[in-house]
Design a protein around this ligand. Structure first.
Ligand SMILES: [Zn+2]
Ligand SMILES: [Zn+2]
Length: 367
């Protein structure tokens, strides 16, 4: 029996350029029904606070990773890298190094490396720069942050201050789907045979701005925690043993046993995507040899428009369903996207990690 863990990744606190405290993060996590929250401040790893906390009767697993970049160049050349589960602070080792060395250092420190906001956008009228990753020859990273809420907000703000004001008032209307160019980038990497997994992150900063006598809190943590979350599938509930649960959660994330959920549209818990073949059953993230027809299956807790994508090509679209089955004979990376209609748009609800079927015609280049 699989247990679905609501896990929020990528947010900032007063330890770097965020405006909220750990205490605020924990209270917001408990109120939002998160099982686990993973803080990632810039180039700092205050890991001694990791552990289980009980807030208003709810248990929350607090994990601390970091978001690293070359501090000399401010991350303009190398981009930003999320380092989850590292056993030591790797930031002191990542100035004046290439993106590849950054990834290698994270792995040496026992961590998972996910490229943050791989394609980011500038907002010139706010002097907001972009922090895209420029080097796509890198290898050995676990995945990319397919859907970064801050990047999407920056894209929505681009038309001008009017758009900014609108979305500040109507936060739930911001999230529609990952940037199409980031999805294309992911599909290109998959087509090349790279085992690239995906994450969603809010990049929440809980900004405070003073407007005369009023202190405005822009996008408090809670709003983000109720919107885009990772859903990690474990082989049983969390036990309450910190070290054991942390290891299980990160191992499942590294295995790709996880999907992105846009929880505000409808609770996605209950989503499953799996394959059956001569070897038995495989789930999201798994790699299996293709030695004959393989059947892909999915169930969803609510009906949605669902697309099956094979190496970047849409194989089939189900217009409105909560269950599907499809037999495939070609090698490649198979993934699912589900959409639901909300306030004038078909919005991304679920993005699965791929199931990888390999043979002599297509296989994975980096293991
Ligand atoms: Zn960043
Ligand atoms: Zn960030």
């Amino acid at each position: 029996m699989w247990t679905d863990i609501r896990y929020h990744v990528h947010l900032h606190t007063i330890f770097s350029d965020g405006f909220g405290t750990y205490r605020e993060v924990l209270h917001a996590a408990a109120r939002s029904g998160l099982h686990a929250v993973n803080i990632t401040d810039h180039n700092i790893l205050p890991q001694e606070v990791e552990g289980y906390y009980t807030v208003n009767g709810r248990r929350v697993l607090l994990l601390v990773g970091e978001e690293i970049h070359d501090r000399v160049y401010g991350g303009r050349g190398s981009g930003h890298l999320l380092a989850l589960g590292v056993q030591r602070d790797v930031a002191p080792e990542t100035d004046f190094v290439t993106p590849q060395t950054m990834i290698d250092r994270v792995r040496d420190a026992g961590g998972l490396a996910f490229i943050a906001h791989p394609i980011d956008v500038p907002v010139p009228y706010l002097n907001e720069r972009e922090y895209s990753c420029r080097d796509w020859q890198v290898q050995g990273y676990h995945g990319i942050e397919l859907w970064n809420a801050m990047t999407e907000f920056k894209r929505r703000m681009q038309p001008g201050p009017f758009a900014l004001a609108f979305y500040l008032l109507f936060f739930p209307l911001i999230a529609r789907r990952p940037l199409p160019e980031t999805v294309r980038l992911w599909d290109d990497l998959l087509r090349q045979g790279r085992r690239v997994l995906v994450l969603t992150g809010s990049d929440a900063h809980a900004y405070r701005r003073r407007l005369g006598p009023v202190c405005l809190r822009i996008f408090a943590y809670e709003r983000h925690f109720q919107t885009l979350n990772m859903h990690v599938l474990l082989d049983g509930p969390l036990t309450g043993d910190f070290h054991q649960d942390k290891a299980r959660l990160l191992a499942a994330l590294a295995a790709g046993h996880a999907y992105i959920g846009h929880d505000r549209l409808a609770p996605p818990e209950g989503f499953r995507f799996w394959a059956t073949g001569p070897w038995g059953t495989a789930m999201m993230g798994d790699v299996r040899p293709l030695e004959g027809p393989v059947t892909l299956h999915a169930t969803l807790p609510y009906k949605a428009r669902v697309r099956l994508v094979h190496n970047g090509r849409v194989l089939h679209t189900w217009r409105w369903t909560n269950t599907l089955r499809w037999t495939v004979r070609e090698p490649g990376a198979y993934r699912l996207e589900a959409f639901r209609f909300y306030w004038g748009h078909w919005r991304g609800w679920i993005y699965s990690n791929p199931i990888f079927l390999v043979d002599g015609r297509w296989s994975l280049v980096d293991g």
